[in-house]
Design a protein. Sequence first.
Length: 394
Amino acid sequence: MGSRQLGRLLARTRGPVPVAGSGRAPGWMSISRGAAAGVALICAMNLSEMLVFRTETAAPWLTLSTLLPADLNKGLLALTIPALLLFAVRPNLPSVLRLTCLVCILLPAVFCVQSLLALPAAASDTVRFGLMARPIGVLLMLAVVVIGVLLGGAPSVQGRSSWLAMLFACLLTVVSFPLLMLHEAGFMAVADDDVEAQLVLVPTTADEQPGRLSEQLEDRIRTAAEIVLRSADGRLLLLHTGADPQIPSQEQLRQTALDSGLSEQQVEVRNAGDDAVAWLQLATAESESGTAPLFVTHWYEVARLQRQALRHAPAVQVRAALQRHAILGQNLLVLKETQRLLQVLLDPLLKFARTMRSPSETERRDPYSAMDTETETDDLSELIEPISEESTAP
């Protein structure tokens, strides 16, 4: 058998030689691209919150640090969003774009490591684990993206990625981030012995049994009463959230507060709706000048109220109640609160998208604003007055 015949036989047994980019990419590459799209969406929500609600002074969601100036934080977010989206669409990036992606990813990772090193050593293990949830979770997200960015140009990973896997990774990244925020804020805002406030507000919760306060609400009222008693002129404002039969009556709320050691003058029960923004505005209106009102709720609701307070009532503080009883169905409550927190995080992005209308549509819907109308009216009055004076002159 000649050498040519032997070569042909070996070629037939080996089959066709694979060409780079002609097949499917590895599954981990699809996960990396989807995670990059999820991180870009998180950065877009953070940037839109800064632009819509003017929260530039707050720490960015990923870096968790206020060391950088506000303008630099916005610039980094504006650079990170298109860089990660380009990688999610086309992983084989040029060298300059790949370096830009690495810088945008590694900088938040450095601040996350710094926040882990700055954890209080005197805190208990439970509190430390809760404070470590968000930095470690962000580091894991960024690590998945970094692997894809570094190896995205290799010929062995070129090919078509699974859009289903990318969508799953993107949704998992976006949904898991509010869960990390929820745990970190809940453990960080535990009410300690040093917390003082002249006005403490407690929103009510659904009762486990009709006619009886739940242990969850009792923990809130007791924690709030302890804070009120530390101040000489402290007040407790209980927010009755509706006419639901599962919601305890105002008399039950007042009696529970009185049993906690408060006097009649220190307790007030007021009807309120389910809108947390209205609660925050009420707290700002009821508080005296120079004092910061305080909300007391359970740990899994702290992150959402803190986010809304930062946007609508920056002076309001939020603390977690001391949990003395086990909450029935707590995991289900955490999942529901994660959904509500995700809606709060998405709200500025949706508002920013609504404002990005075409000029023709905006002029068609609202051709003249109230301010412009007043200005034009003033200008016309200035022109008409001299004319009328000249016409009446002899």
